[in-house]
Design a protein around this ligand. Structure first.
Ligand SMILES: [Zn+2]
Length: 138
């Protein structure tokens, strides 16, 4: 049988997963007993099992602001995407792809950017000069 977790241990776990948004108000008998938990962000007090609390977000906020456990993990693991943009992304070059090629490139860039933002990935666009600088720093 596993040892009973203390209030402090549950609170610490909640702080890590929920970014210190919740305060556990009651000493839990076990993870499978309902306890009162204050969501500091919205001010609501929810009553739920701590086993569930560490996997789920506030019931009052989750409707408008859906956040799963996986999303929390992703958030704490920000991925930085660094990309070079050459001249052809900015100005249509007639003797290369022409206007059509340029438009397609802009369109593809937009889709990619939207995707990365949706996935919580920070998107940084650098030109060649800036990239050279970063290489020097690294
Ligand atoms: Zn809430």
């Amino acid at each position: 049988m596993s040892r009973r977790k203390t209030l402090d241990e549950w609170q610490l776990e909640s702080d890590i997963i929920h970014n210190k948004e919740f305060t556990i108000l009651e000493e839990p008998n076990s993870g499978s007993h309902n306890v009162k938990i204050l969501h500091k962000k919205c001010g609501n007090i929810i009553s739920m099992k701590l086993n569930n609390h560490i996997k789920r977000y506030c019931a009052f906020c989750s409707g408008k602001n859906k956040k799963s456990f996986e999303e929390y993990q992703k958030k704490s693991n920000f991925v930085h995407v660094i990309e070079t943009h050459v001249l052809q992304h900015y100005v249509p070059i007639n003797h290369w792809h022409g206007k059509k090629g340029y438009d397609e490139q802009v369109y593809r860039d937009k889709i990619k950017e939207d995707y990365l933002i949706k996935k919580n990935i920070r998107y940084i666009i650098l030109n060649n000069k800036e990239l050279t600088k970063i290489k020097e720093i690294i």
